[in-house]
Design a protein around this ligand. Structure first.
Ligand SMILES: C[S@@+](CC[C@H](N)C(=O)[O-])C[C@H]1O[C@@H](n2cnc3c(N)ncnc32)[C@H](O)[C@@H]1O
Ligand SMILES: O=C(O)C(=O)C[C@]1(C(=O)O)C=C[C@@H](O)C=C1
Length: 243
């Protein structure tokens, strides 16, 4: 997957506008997410492993908030001979356009239905796996419970949800420490203090992280039988929930 280097926040802005998944972001997104989210590459690969182990024959797999298709591409390679279909959804036209190109670069027997739309509006059915990889954090908190309920209802018995999110911690020293380690990760990946602070301002109104406890309680409240964090680095985690 090609991507230019992210220098969107490198020059000073008088007023930083709210973060959007527009054409500018889509053009650098692969670089941006790899330099911003610790463990991103490992999470993508492991979602492929989870798909390989859990996708049942003739079922559907949903990649909600698919961006450039990193999850879909990895999962698609791991579904050999199972007659599955992947449904990949994003409401950013720029992301969907690029995702389409990325998917067409490889041949696969598994069909992908690419939908440009809101994940709150799409139907989920016959699913063995639903993946929300750093997407739900961008949905206003009031919409999160209904989305999880819809996912639970659309999963087949034994189906799984993979949910990756940035976390917030109520213990103030833990929050400050993990946040600082995350910022060091960004610094080590070449982001300047200006880039870090302007990106932070732009995300403030649009990305609202929950605590791990909020995630677990809300997920279990929908009926999921089993829940665990399977990956965490600083304030980024990936969870798995089983129906
Ligand atoms: C951080 S990115 C996800 C990264 C991607 N899953 C990956 O693993 O590379 C969040 C994506 O969710 C999409 N998104 C945010 N809210 C959405 C919504 N309500 N409906 C559909 N897509 C949404 C954004 O356009 C963006 O592409
Ligand atoms: O929290 C941050 O500082 C981030 O940059 C995180 C994050 C994310 O978790 O999705 C935010 C926006 C971009 O999509 C890439 C990374």
């Amino acid at each position: 997957m090609t991507s230019s280097q992210d220098n969107i926040y490198a020059k000073p802005y008088q007023k930083v506008s709210d973060f959007q998944f527009d054409d500018k972001v889509a053009g650098v997104f692969n670089d941006m997410i790899r330099r911003s989210v610790p463990g991103y590459g490992q999470i993508i690969n492991t979602i492929g492993d989870l798909a390989h182990k859990n996708a049942t024959p003739n079922s559907k797999i949903y990649d909600l908030g698919c961006s450039l298709g990193a999850v879909t591409l990895n999962v698609r390679r791991r579904l050999e001979g199972r007659n599955c279909q992947i449904i990949a959804v994003d409401n950013s036209e720029s992301m969907i356009e690029r995702c389409k190109q990325n998917l067409s670069a490889y041949v696969s027997e598994t069909p992908v239905k690419l939908i440009c739309g809101d994940i709150r509006d799409i139907e989920i059915e016959q699913a063995s796996i639903v993946i929300l990889n750093f997407t739900m954090q961008f949905l206003a908190p009031v919409h999160r419970e209904r989305l999880l309920k819809k996912i639970y209802d659309g999963l087949l018995p034994g189906g799984i949800l993979v949910l990756s999110e940035k976390l917030y911690f109520e213990q103030d020293r833990i929050q400050a420490t993990l946040d600082d380690l995350h910022l060091d990760f960004k610094r080590a990946n070449g982001y300047s203090e200006l880039e870090i602070s302007q990106k932070r301002s732009s995300l403030e109104n649009v990305m609202k992280p929950d605590t791990l406890q909020q995630h677990e309680e809300r997920i279990r409240a929908q009926g999921f039988d089993q829940f665990s964090v399977w990956f965490q680095c600083f304030n980024f985690a990936s969870m798995v929930a089983m129906k």
